[in-house]
Design a protein around this ligand. Structure first.
Ligand code: PMP
Length: 318
């Protein structure tokens, strides 16, 4: 825990996990001025603890913070907090393949004040939890064309708590219909695929890897997305960062040109998509061919995360 008061961040302290007192007038409870991150620590075969791209999460937390009028968390506080927690929690990091320690840093407004204005006080906290694989089986997704997760000029590019709150209702509806997640479309025309609720999404059509660009500010700049694109270029996979129209996706499904579809995110790394619902119609994806890109890139990322192959990119923090 580190507190921000009188215009500066105070020294961090470690507190045991447990309930904390909160004033009913706490600004976050009412106005949602809160941002968070998610990353993982892995235990390799030698017993070393490896953190995947923690520096990227630290930078993204502060990008989100700026959008939400929250003071940036100094890099030293973020890194020292994480290091101290990992030291305490190291025995909780599972040894089983696919398992890891999830790390959740977050910052929230701490003023006890009912009124719409940026808070003067904040709390930065990190909590951790051992986790298994997020998705062990391929997922079914539904293209959402009624509700929006993000709009241009909004907060879609920030990892802001409210983005997730606004997504719950349509996501729950889709779950009740039997789908695991939504594929959000752009908030204006609902014609272009953006991302899913917790993952960026990628498609392999006609041998090309296609994923939405982040330039509109409506998509979270996924760290897994960035890693997969770097590895794809390394594997000489043609990459197109462009919007994919729902109609083009449907055509590719009908013509059989859609070879693979998958989500990328910290939780699942790569989650294979087996079914896509478009305008009420379910399309089942073809069986994945041997040597499919998504399988190869997942193996490579896992090998890097668990320290089984050399980390050429400086992604691993020990
Ligand atoms: N999009 C959204 C909306 C997310 O919540 C996440 C999870 N952080 C992602 C994409 C994937 O980002 P990352 O690869 O950094 O986990």
């Amino acid at each position: 825990v580190a507190e921000y008061k009188d215009g500066e961040w105070q020294e961090l302290r470690i507190e045991p996990y447990g309930p904390m007192q909160i004033n009913p007038a706490n600004a976050t409870l009412h106005y949602g001025q809160s941002v968070f991150e998610g990353l993982k620590a892995y235990r390799n075969e030698k017993g070393e603890i490896l953190v995947f791209r923690g520096d990227a999460n630290q930078r993204r937390l502060n990008e989100s913070a700026r959008r939400m009028c929250i003071p940036e968390v100094p890099e030293e506080i973020f890194m020292e907090g994480m290091r101290k927690l990992l030291e305490i929690d190291k025995d909780w990091i599972p040894r089983q393949p696919g398992c890891s320690l999830y790390i959740r840093p977050f910052v929230f407004a701490a003023d006890d004040y009912l009124g719409i204005r940026p808070s003067n006080n904040y709390k930065f906290m990190i909590l951790t939890s051992p986790v298994g694989n997020y998705y062990s089986k391929p997922v079914a997704v539904k293209v959402e064309t009624q509700y929006a997760r993000a709009v241009e000029g909004g907060t879609g590019a920030a990892k802001a708590a409210g983005n997730y709150a606004g997504s719950l209702f349509p996501a729950r509806k889709a779950q009740n219909e039997g789908y695991d997640q939504l594929l959000w479309t752009d908030g204006k025309t609902h014609q272009y695929i953006e991302e899913s609720g917790t993952m960026n999404v990628m498609f392999v059509i006609d041998g090309k890897l296609i994923t939405a660009p982040t330039s509109t500010g409506t998509i979270l700049k996924g760290i897994t997305r960035d890693s997969v694109l770097i590895l794809a270029r390394e594997m000489n996979m043609p990459v197109e960062e462009r919007f994919l129209a729902v109609g083009e996706l449907e055509e590719a499904l009908i013509s059989g040109k859609l070879e693979e579809a998958f989500g990328t995110g910290t939780a699942a790394t790569v989650a294979f998509i087996r079914l896509i619902n478009i305008h009420g119609k379910d399309y089942v994806l073809p069986e994945k061919a041997d040597g499919a890109f998504s399988t190869r890139v997942l193996t490579q990322l896992d090998d890097i995360k668990y320290g089984r192959i050399k980390d050429e990119y400086g992604w691993i923090m020990k």
